[in-house]
Write a protein that binds this ligand. Structure first.
Ligand code: UDP
Ligand code: MG
Length: 154
């Protein structure tokens, strides 16, 4: 089953949104398979945001991402990567759809409460960037019989 990475960003930590964000994914029916709090260093940010290294906001983005710890979570589910991105909303939070996390909780293209992997390929790289295998858990989620049709999870 698909796994995806999210980071609860420093603005969410400061604004007390950890529970709200985690609850959205839980209620959606996704399964939490890894979670930890960590300070991001320069090296991991350079790797994680390599696609943005030439952007004018890159230095500011790194400073923001180091301004307090983040919480990394790995969520699992059928089509989890896309489902999570939809719950997040578009990058510029001011214009994100109401009902999405960014739409409901943020006003900025930078302080947009959450990071989420944008494709299956990226998700695989990002999950292993933030979690060792021993930090990811396999367990039975009993509610699955009410979350998915039988043939979706075989
Ligand atoms: N970002 C920013 N200014 C911008 C665009 C992006 O500070 O104009 C930050 C923002 O925090 C965003 C992150 O850079 O979430 C990564 O950008 P990306 O384009 O990958 O957006 P995302 O995948 O997070 O929606
Ligand atoms: Mg991105």
């Amino acid at each position: 089953m698909e796994r995806t990475l999210i980071l609860i960003k420093p603005d969410s930590i400061q604004r007390g949104l950890i529970g709200e964000i985690t609850t959205r994914f839980e209620r959606k029916g996704l399964k939490l398979v890894g979670m930890k709090m960590m300070h991001l260093n320069e090296a991991i940010l350079l790797e994680h945001y390599a696609h943005l290294k030439d952007k004018p906001f890159f230095a500011g983005l790194k400073k923001f991402m180091r301004s307090s710890p983040v919480i990394a979570q790995c969520w699992e589910g059928v089509g989890a990567v896309k489902a999570v991105r939809i719950l997040c909303g578009i990058t510029n939070a001011r214009e994100a759809d109401a009902g999405s996390l960014r739409g409901d909780f943020a006003m900025s293209p930078q302080c947009n409460v959450i990071h989420a992997s944008d494709s299956q390929e990226t998700a695989a790289k990002e999950v292993s960037r933030f979690f060792k295998n021993s930090e990811l858990f396999e367990y039975e989620k009993t509610e699955y019989m009410h979350v998915y049709a039988e043939d979706e999870i075989q």
